[in-house]
Ligand binder design. Sequence first.
Ligand code: WQD
Length: 337
Amino acid sequence: MKILVTGGLGFIGSHTVVELQNEGFEVVIIDNLSNSTEEVLDGIVAITGKKPIFEKLDLREKNAVQDFFKKYQDMSGVIHFAASKAVGESVINPLLYYENNISTLVYLLQELQQKPEASFIFSSSCTVYGQAEKMPITENAPVQQPISPYGNTKKIGEEIIADTAKVTNINAILLRYFNPIGSHPTTQIGELPIGVPQNLVPFITQTGIGLRQELAVFGDDYPTADGTAVRDYIHVVDLAKAHVIALQRLLDKQNLDKVETFNLGTGTGSSVLEVIHSFEKVSDKKLTYKIMGRREGDITEAYASTTKANEVLGWKAKFTLDQAMDSAWKWEQKIRS
Ligand code: WQD
């Protein structure tokens, strides 16, 4: 059984390829290398000893997508990561996000709808909830108008999949990630942010290693215990494992609906200061940071209800925040050595 992983050389994609190979799947990766490098393949092989098939391809080229599915006729399981994902960039360049994140999804689904059956796992995000009313956030929490075009492409993507699954043989699972962090325990693969990191944890580890002068803490006047914003930071390996379980669910025809939705988080909220303190504990270094104003578009608090993923998927995050921060720090030290 070949499984297509789009964006399979990216941060979450590469960790998911490893877990798929560990479960005996043969993996075909599509990646356009816009936010990754081919060296990630070496890291995957170093962990599993198996080299996935890699096709450098831009999913915005419809003909290339059609040719791919002609070449790989037996491709009916797809995990779709390939997308642009920088919230701030999406505000400045919305059309890049609508073209890259929406048209590529449409071209993929147009190919899959021609198959007798297809299993489709979609990389979505808790950002579709905006600032949810109630914590922890369940899958029934209302989807709100996301603040960024990036978040809107995830909301629209979910709607496109739902409409398509209704009238085709495509079965889908939408996985709404909270905040993915960390790296593989072998430090063979990890997060490779290009330029100045937008996300908290890579900025922390780059500050810790001396690449950045200091971390700006975006606001300490939120209505939270210590005034800094709260998120649910989930280890990328926990997240990757959930993708394999979700795919297997569809392949085994265990799904109860044509489209199912799961929140993927630890169920624990951590503030920015708590993440900083976790870093200081695992690295035994003092982090230089400065309290600044709030970042435009940020929400106060988000952490997942894990009930549905636990009870239906039988999945639970295992890594703690400290373990995730330790893996992120070890990765930063490795890539800068
Ligand atoms: C986390 C917290 C910041 C940087 C986004 C997307 C989400 C997903 C993860 C893609 C916030 C604070 C951050 C910094 C800081 N992306 N922070 N200083 O915004 O929760 O989620 O990234 O899939 O879809 O929405 O993550 O890591 O940017 O921020 O104080 O230099 O850290 O204000 O409270 P976010 P983040």
